[in-house]
Every structure is written in structure tokens, then in C-alpha cells.
Ligand binder design. Structure first.
Ligand SMILES: *Cc1c(COP(=O)(O)O)cnc(C)c1O
Length: 373
């Protein structure tokens, strides 16, 4: 029996150790160190943005982005129901209301055709979230935003190195965010970044990140901020990772191609689509959706996979079904059939950067075994 194949394992065998030792040797371990600025500039350059603001994770990056845009009480923000809680949490914590749209059954991204009917007088912004490897179709969203005077927030947490019509993800809209959690293409352990071309928004985010300290009068505050700072240790990791972004993207695409080849003739499942008119899949994760005819759901399939030594994770659980939001009286009686279906029947198989061809073959074989019953 071979070892358990984990759902994600990062690759840390570049300059990570070297840069971390540099932090320790120089004593720069807090958020004051020199790697922070370098990392911010490098990420901003990679996605053609003017400003990068490093923060402690991708979730608080969204919190800061929403607050910096002045979104608050009485405002509505249109966003996908099929995403991570961080997106809706940032809107709700700011006192605003998330307005949901369903997912597209093939790309699993928000269905852009459903956005316009959700726009009201209160709509302040659209929060775009690129899901699992393919970018959201941005042009219709940017057109709607300019037609209706809306802000655009781009959550590009899963899109390091991806492009939309040749333009880097993370470069769209008023403000964009990344995560550097260990299952993202670039990791800092925990970490995130806010990107913008607007110097005022950048300054607001910097201030929110650092307790809204006033440069001229420290310990006197006009506004409440947070400690969302990233450490020099994290930025050191991130810089070493960023040096290998192109290689990592190639590796992910090769992983996707291998899974596709091995699972091509498998009945009873839907796999990610390889490309759209505007992007080739980057396979942040390799998702599987069971056909409705299968007599069991993702939970059952994942249990069976685990018993065969293969790790997996469920798809996102839609925002409109979250108990925490139900308790707040949000999304009452709302139904989003596509998101509900993929949440019930979707999961992803091991997709980390350290995965080997051999492991991909084992995962595919075990998955087929599960699907035979
Ligand atoms: C991972 C992720 C986040 C949250 O990032 P953390 O660094 O884990 O807080 C936000 N949005 C999306 C789409 C993500 O995949």
C-alpha cells in the first residue's frame, strides 16, 4: 500500500531557505523588513499594477479592499454565491449587503449574464472571483460597471500567473486581491496582497493595514484600522516563490493535461474545461463534478477516495445556504440551482505543485475505482 496522497503539497525548493536565513541573519523579521517592499513591487509589476500592499492573508485583503472603496451601510455588492466565505464576510462586516448570482455550469465562475438584473440604485460594486483556474469573463463586467458607475473588486486569489485575453488577472477593476496560502500557486505560508493603480486607494489600504496610524502624530487616530501587516519572513518566502511563477504555471497546466488524459474516457463525471475564448485553464485545482445519475454525492465519493489513500476537498458551499447568513436573515428563499448542484456533487483531487506524474496516475486509477460503483 503506497503512502496517502495529500490534496496539496507546496514546492519550497528554490531560494526560500536562502532568503529566510537572510531575514534571521539580519534580524529583519517584522513587517519593517526590506523584503516586504521588494515583494510588493514584484507582484505589482507581474500584474501590471502601480501599487501593491502586502497583508497577512487573502481574506483581510478583501476586508481592506471593501473598506477602502467606502462600501458600507445601505450599499449592495454583487458577487457569486459559489465562492469562499471571505468574499461575503468582507461585505457583511462592512455593513453592506451581498447580492448573489449563480454559477456557470461549465466554468463554475459567476454567470455574467445574470448580473445586470441584480443592479439596483443601491449597487455600489461588483466583486469578481475567479474560480479554480479559469478567469471570469471580464469585459461584460467592466462594461456594466462603467455603464452603471460601479466599482469592481477582483479577487484573484486563485489566479497567480493567469491572464484574461492576454492581460494579467489581478490587473482588472479598481482594486484586486491575492492570497498566498500554501495551496495557491505562490505561497508565503499565510499572506495576501491588495493591488491598485489608484494612489488614494493604495494609501487607504496601507493605513487600514497599519491601525490607521497617522504619520504625523503616532498614537492619535482619526479612524479605526487593523493590524493586517505581513512579516519580512513571509515576504522572503513569497519573493523566492515568485521567481518560479512561470515554471509553476507550466507545472499546473501539465498536471491538468495529465488528469485530462487519464480521465478522458471516464463516464459519470464532469472535469474542468480546458479553455475558453479568453484563457487556458491554469488548474488551481482539478475539480470533478459527479453526474446526477450517480447514486451518491461528493461527500460519499471523497470518503471512498480517502479509504483508498487519496485526499480530496469538497467544492465551495454556496453563500445563500450558509447558516451564518441565514441567521442574519440574508438570502431568504433564494435559490441558485447550478451552485447547489456543483456544491453537492463537486470535489477536487490532489492538485498541489509537488504532485508527481506517478501520484496523478494513482489518483486517477483510484477515482475510476470509486466511480465504477
Ligand atoms: C484562498 C482564497 C481566499 C482567502 O485567502 P486566505 O489567504 O486563505 O485568507 C479568498 N478568495 C479566494 C477565491 C480564495 O481562493
Amino acid at each position: 500500500m503506497s503512502a496517502f496522497i495529500p490534496v496539496n503539497e507546496p514546492l519550497l525548493n528554490g531560494n526560500e531557505k536562502k532568503y529566510l536565513i537572510e531575514c534571521i541573519d539580519t534580524g529583519w523579521i517584522s513587517s519593517e523588513g526590506p523584503f516586504i517592499k521588494k515583494f510588493e513591487e514584484s507582484v505589482a509589476e507581474q500584474v501590471s499594477r502601480k501599487f501593491g500592499i502586502a497583508v497577512s492573508n487573502g481574506s483581510v485583503a478583501l476586508d481592506a479592499a471593501v473598506l477602502a472603496l467606502g462600501i458600507g451601510k445601505g450599499d449592495e455588492v454583487i458577487m457569486p454565491t459559489f465562492t469562499i466565505i471571505s468574499c461575503a464576510a468582507a461585505i457583511v462586516r462592512a455593513g453592506a449587503v451581498p447580492v448573489l448570482v449563480d454559477a456557470d455550469p461549465l466554468t463554475w465562475n459567476m454567470d455574467v449574464n445574470q448580473i445586470e438584473t441584480k443592479i439596483t440604485k443601491r449597487t455600489k460594486a461588483i466583486m469578481v472571483v475567479h474560480i479554480y483556474g479559469l478567469p471570469v469573463d471580464m469585459d461584460p463586467i467592466l462594461n456594466l460597471a462603467s455603464k452603471h458607475g460601479l466599482k469592481v473588486i477582483e479577487d484573484a486569489a486563485e489566479m497567480h500567473g493567469q491572464t484574461y485575453k492576454g492581460k494579467p488577472c489581478g490587473s482588472f477593476g479598481d482594486i484586486s486581491t491575492f492570497s498566498f496560502y500554501p495551496n495557491k500557486h505562490i505561497t508565503t505560508g499565510e499572506g495576501g496582497m491588495i493591488l491598485t493603480d489608484d494612489p488614494i486607494l493604495a494609501e487607504k489600504c496601507r493605513s487600514l493595514r497599519n491601525l490607521c496610524f497617522k504619520p504625523e502624530k503616532r498614537f492619535v487616530h482619526d479612524e479605526l484600522g487593523f493590524n493586517f501587516r505581513m512579516t519580512n519572513l513571509q515576504a522572503a518566502l513569497g519573493l523566492a516563490q515568485l521567481e518560479r511563477l512561470e515554471e509553476f504555471v507550466q507545472k499546473k497546466r501539465a498536471m491538468g493535461a495529465s488528469y485530462h488524459a487519464l480521465l478522458e474516457v471516464t463516464n459519470g463525471i464532469q472535469t474542468p474545461i480546458r479553455k475558453t475564448d479568453y484563457a487556458d485553464n491554469i488548474y488551481w485545482v482539478f475539480g470533478i463534478v459527479l453526474d446526477e445519475e450517480k447514486g451518491y454525492n461528493a461527500e460519499e465519493a471523497m470518503k471512498r477516495l480517502a479509504s483508498l489513500g487519496v485526499g480530496s476537498r469538497p467544492f465551495f458551499y454556496p453563500m445563500h445556504l450558509q447558516p451564518v447568513f441565514k441567521k442574519m436573515g440574508l438570502f431568504k428563499d433564494e435559490v441558485y440551482p447550478v451552485a447547489e448542484n456543483i456544491a453537492e456533487r463537486g470535489f477536487y483531487v490532489p492538485s498541489g505543485l509537488a504532485i508527481t506524474e506517478e501520484q496523478i496516475a494513482v489518483v486517477s486509477e483510484k477515482l475510476k475505482e470509486v466511480l465504477q460503483s
